[in-house]
Every structure is written in structure tokens, then in C-alpha cells.
Design a protein around this ligand. Structure first.
Ligand code: F6P
Length: 361
């Protein structure tokens, strides 16, 4: 039988297990392939650390968060830590070692479930001749070439529920409540949760805000006797003419992340300039944990099945994607070209404005 390797790279994401399950079941039941799952993402590929995935291993896991295969943000076979210290690491290219492992295991190729970073690595392996199919994963929904990534709707669900809870306490205390959600480069979670949760202000990286406009919105509500307001802030939001708040470079990666701060900055400004009591909640990794919502279980299952189908058809160097209501395959290069931001002319931004939500612009 032919063999497929599967791995989950980058940050975890609700729905990973549903993809692993669908890949394994389809590969075994439909194509009679053998499936190997590399452990802890690309690290397992380099270190030849894996488990055999059979029907029993993937039974009953579609609704469970996390990943039975483990994952890591850090490890890149093309720039792999092989010496030095954590503070002063030495990197070497271990991609040939990874490819050697694939050959030794008799694997024809790889299904890589990942976001922008992992799919970039997937593409490099494809360029070196490894048959690869990608599956688009990220709660941020900011991958190009697909309408939706799995995990996004679960994150929106969590953020929306948080807004419902903040609403009642905001109203009781006549406070401004700020919810900071994930999204370094794109405001998908903030926009969708904000519309769903009835936010008054939504601040996203795509629309730099003016704090005075935000305060005007809060004051306008005051005049209408609504003495509380709800603000959703994406972690990558920034003021007009301003810098992104705190930047930190994660060791062993070039990925800048913010340390939770823009929510606090907005709160400080509101208290200082308008004298209205304000509280901040940083939702953080609650958005990544827990059980996927039904939409994500279904999308993840469709993606997993489609990835094996594409593999069987020999459509390598591709990623499965959702376009409208259809699952299709797109070239991997399209997916990693750029991050997908919220288009300013999107109908959801229009709808949000029409129901009175301010973007602080
Ligand atoms: O890409 C997913 C994501 O959760 C982003 O929304 C967030 O900015 C980042 O990862 C957090 O990374 P980490 O889990 O490494 O702190």
C-alpha cells in the first residue's frame, strides 16, 4: 500500500483532530493507504518521531480541541536548531534529513495542516520534489486563496460569547468594556464577533482609529441614555499615525507577536480623556482552546477528505480551499503570497456601519 505522512504545524486550532480523523479514515477506507502521523509538527519529521494512524487512533476525536499529533510554532526543517543555546541558537538546514525519513518510511508524500508559516515550509518541500497537499488552518482566517480557514468560526463563537457576558456587566456598572481578541494582521475575529455580539466600536488593523472618534461614539450613546459601551479590539489594531503597540520577536522565529496591550492603551485614553470607567479583558488563548463548533468540525472533515482526494489524483503543491460553498484545490503559492486582510469594501463592514457600529475612523 502507498503511504501518506500527516503533520500539524504552527499554533493549535480547533478542528485539527477532525482533519486528522478525516484524512486517516479517507486514506484507509477509500484508498487503502497507510497513514503515519509525525509528532510535534515538523520536529517529528526531522527527528523521525511518528505514530501509525489507524482507524482506532482517530475514532471519536472530531469534537476534541488541540491535536493528537502535537504541534510547535518553532521548528522549521530548513532552519533547524542543531546547536548553541536557547539564547544563542545555531541553525542548519535539515530538510534533506526530513526527506530521507520520508523515503525510509516508504511515504509517497505529506499532508501538511498549517497556517501561513507551515504552508511556506510545505511549499519549500514541494520545490525539493516532495509531493505535498496543504490544509488551511488558522483561527485568524487570514490565509489567502480560501474564503474560510477551519478554527475561525470557533474563535468567533468564543469571542461572541465573551461579548454577551461583558454586555450584562457593562450595563450594570455603566462602564466601557473592552475585549481584546486575536488578530495581529487582520481583523476577521474582531469584525465577526463584534457584529455578532452587538459591539458599539470595532477596532481592526485594516482601519487605523482615531481615539477621539471612539470617544465621540461613547458620548453619543451617553446622550441617548446608554451609559455603557462595548469595544472589540483586534490585537493588531493601531491608532492613526501611530505605531503598533508592543512588538516582541519570539526566539527562534521571525514572527512578531504583541504582548496584549492595545486594549489597555485604548482604555487608558478613554479614562484619561473622557473620564469614563473602563475595563479590559484580553481573551487570549481561550480563542484557540476547546471543542470546535459544528461548522468547523464539518469544514475540517471536508478539508481532510479533499486533501486525500487531491493526493490520490496527484495534485501536489496545492492546498484545499473553500470557495463559496465548494471545496476546491488551489496552488500553494497562491495561499502563501500574502495574508488576507478584511477588504474595506466588504459587505460585513458595510452592514456593521449601517447598524451603527463605529470603526473609529
Ligand atoms: O495565529 C494564531 C494566533 O493565535 C494569533 O491570533 C496570535 O497572534 C498568535 O497565534 C499567538 O501566538 P502564540 O500562541 O505563540 O502566543
Amino acid at each position: 500500500a502507498k503511504g501518506i505522512g500527516v503533520l500539524t504545524g504552527g499554533g493549535d486550532c480547533p478542528g485539527l483532530n477532525a482533519v486528522i480523523r478525516a484524512v486517516t479514515k479517507t486514506a484507509i477506507n477509500v484508498y487503502d493507504y497507510e497513514v503515519i502521523g509525525f509528532l510535534d509538527g515538523f520536529k517529528g519529521l526531522v527527528e523521525n518521531n511518528y505514530i501509525n494512524l489507524d482507524l482506532e487512533k482517530v475514532s471519536g476525536i472530531a469534537h476534541i480541541g488541540g491535536t493528537i499529533l502535537g504541534t510547535t510554532n518553532r521548528d522549521n526543517p530548513f532552519r533547524y536548531m542543531t546547536g548553541g543555546t536557547p539564547e544563542n541558537p545555531e541553525f542548519t538546514d535539515q530538510s534533506d534529513r526530513a526527506i530521507e525519513n520520508l523515503k525510509k518510511l516508504g511515504l509517497e508524500g505529506l499532508i501538511i495542516i498549517g497556517g501561513d508559516g507551515s504552508l511556506n515550509i510545505a511549499y519549500k518541500f514541494y520545490e525539493k520534489g516532495v509531493p505535498v497537499v496543504g490544509v488551511p488552518k488558522t483561527i485568524d482566517n487570514d490565509l489567502a486563496a480560501t474564503d474560510v480557514t477551519f478554527g475561525f468560526n470557533t474563535a468567533v463563537d468564543t469571542a461572541s460569547e465573551a461579548l454577551d457576558r461583558l454586555h450584562t456587566t457593562a450595563e450594570s456598572h455603566h462602564r466601557v468594556m473592552i475585549l481584546e481578541v486575536m488578530g495581529r494582521y487582520a481583523g476577521w475575529i474582531a469584525l465577526h464577533a463584534g457584529v455578532s455580539g452587538g459591539a458599539d466600536v470595532i477596532l481592526i488593523p485594516e482601519i487605523p482609529y482615531d481615539i477621539e472618534k471612539v470617544i465621540n461614539k461613547i458620548k453619543e450613546r451617553y446622550r441617548q441614555n446608554k451609559k455603557f459601551s462595548i469595544i472589540v479590539v483586534a490585537e493588531g489594531a493601531r491608532p492613526k499615525d501611530g505605531e503598533m503597540v508592543v512588538q516582541k520577536v519570539v526566539p527562534q522565529s521571525h514572527d512578531p507577536i504583541r504582548l496584549g496591550g492595545i486594549g489597555n492603551k485604548v482604555a487608558e485614553e478613554i479614562e484619561k480623556r473622557a473620564g469614563i470607567e473602563t475595563r479590559v479583558t484580553v481573551l487570549g488563548h481561550l480563542q484557540r482552546g476547546g471543542s470546535p463548533v459544528p461548522y468547523d468540525r464539518i469544514l475540517a472533515t471536508r478539508y481532510g477528505v479533499a486533501a486525500v482526494d487531491a493526493f490520490a489524483r496527484g495534485e501536489f503543491g496545492t492546498m484545499v480551499a473553500l470557495k463559496g460553498t465548494d471545496i476546491v484545490t488551489v496552488p500553494l503559492v497562491e495561499a502563501i503570497k500574502e495574508l488576507r486582510k478584511v477588504p474595506l469594501d466588504s459587505d460585513l463592514i458595510h452592514a456593521a456601519r449601517s447598524v451603527g457600529i463605529s470603526f473609529g475612523d
